[in-house]
Design a protein around this ligand. Structure first.
Ligand code: PCA
Length: 196
């Protein structure tokens, strides 16, 4: 049985829930390790890396909210950049800083995002590959994890989730999904990754 570590983020930016956290909380614990991260540059990545070193998983699947998207979106790459108009949950504002000085400009997911999107779509949940994880904390965690795992056989990807239905009222006209669909999407990913 392959060991899978899954991470999600706490709510941020005035939201009371984060769809990624809600989905993870509802996932069966059997055979997986769950970790909830603060929306803080550097610190979230450091916490994930110490959990990776403790658990020694075969695969790492990070998840987070990307409000406004119209599907569940496995990411292709992380970029070496922290840049956002809003501060993180510790009040840190980043405008064009590198994540790792001297690091590669971009690092690619080591789980195939197309295969993940296909598994999610087969579970009946809208899915497509995303070419950008943004330049906020999700990208930061993703970049740090890929950099830490470089040269190891541990596979990793980041999956962004749209608003969940509980959040829809605050974002009229925007796409949302029931948390149950997100759980089904992650279950499909777990099945695929445990089998491969
Ligand atoms: N989404 C944010 C950070 C935490 C989260 O769930 C992002 O996309 O960077």
């Amino acid at each position: 049985m392959r060991k899978i570590l899954l991470s999600a983020f706490e709510p941020f930016g005035g939201e009371t829930v984060n769809p990624a956290k809600e989905a993870l909380l509802r996932l069966e614990d059997e055979g997986i390790y769950k970790l909830f991260l603060p929306v803080e540059y550097a610190r979230a990545g450091e916490l994930l890396i110490s959990e990776i070193d403790r658990v020694r998983p075969d695969a790492v699947i990070m998840t987070g909210q990307a409000g406004g998207r119209d599907a569940v979106t496995p990411e292709r790459r992380a970029v070496n950049l922290m840049n956002a108009a809003a501060p993180d949950s510790a009040g840190r504002l980043c405008a064009g800083e590198k994540i790792l000085e001297g690091g590669a400009d971009e690092l690619f997911a080591t789980l195939c995002p197309e295969a993940l999107a296909e598994a999610i779509a087969s579970a009946g949940v809208p899915a497509r590959v995303s070419e950008s994880a943004g330049t906020f904390v999700c990208n930061d965690v993703f970049y740090r994890a890929l950099s830490h795992l470089k040269g190891t056989p541990v596979q990793a990807d980041f999956i962004h989730l749209p608003w969940c239905d509980e959040q829809a009222a605050r974002h009229p006209g925007q796409f949302s999904l029931p948390v149950e669909d997100m759980v089904r999407a992650l279950e499909a990913v777990i099945r695929l990754v445990s089998a491969s």
